[in-house]
Ligand binder design. Sequence first.
Ligand SMILES: CC(C)(COP(=O)(O)OP(=O)(O)OC[C@H]1O[C@@H](n2cnc3c(N)ncnc32)[C@H](O)[C@@H]1OP(=O)(O)O)[C@@H](O)C(=O)NCCC(=O)NCCS
Length: 170
Amino acid sequence: MIKHMTITIDKPKKEDIKDIQDILREWRTEEDANMYGKAILDEIEGKTTEETIYRNMRFWTAKNDDKAIGIICLCEPLPKLSPFFKSEKPGAIQILYIHNQWRHQGIGRKLVSTVESEARNQGYTELIVRSAPVYETTAWVFYDKVGYQRVGTSPTKDGTEMMQVFYKKL
Ligand SMILES: CC(C)(COP(=O)(O)OP(=O)(O)OC[C@H]1O[C@@H](n2cnc3c(N)ncnc32)[C@H](O)[C@@H]1OP(=O)(O)O)[C@@H](O)C(=O)NCCC(=O)NCCS
């Protein structure tokens, strides 16, 4: 059977939030799924600012026809990542998840490249990504392949694990 796919990258709409939360629930807690759902809604409603706890989160979604199958977020990096900053306007990729059935088909690469060009347009000069050890086999080589350098580690909020820090100059 030939699989027809029409993948588009777009800003999320209200009706995409449920699909996006389902993707997040494959990997994250219910609390996180709710928090990101609210952050997406805030952006749609124009309430996102640099001052909110959401650190200016801006989202893009990959869609197959009408269904959201991937999500990525650009935001301001956590201040504790400042030792990794090398230029005047660093940004961060906060979340990146592709629906399990759609992994390894080039969609992650498309989402990263969308965020990079949006970030460049908005004056960002570099991007930082933090990735937890649980993603070592699912994502770290992906970040290598899309041009990010492994520049060090940073502890999780509760200090129990070290996250891998990736860096790309824009
Ligand atoms: C990691 C993830 C976002 C990558 O997106 P994707 O759509 O599957 O990746 P792509 O198909 O765009 O892959 C781009 C390149 O990375 C490689 N790659 C992707 N995942 C890989 C993996 N787990 N191991 C080795 N290489 C990988 C691909 O082979 C491809 O290489 P190529 O250009 O040489 O062919 C996605 O697989 C995913 O959501 N994984 C589960 C959750 C996760 O780990 N999220 C990241 C949290 S920090």
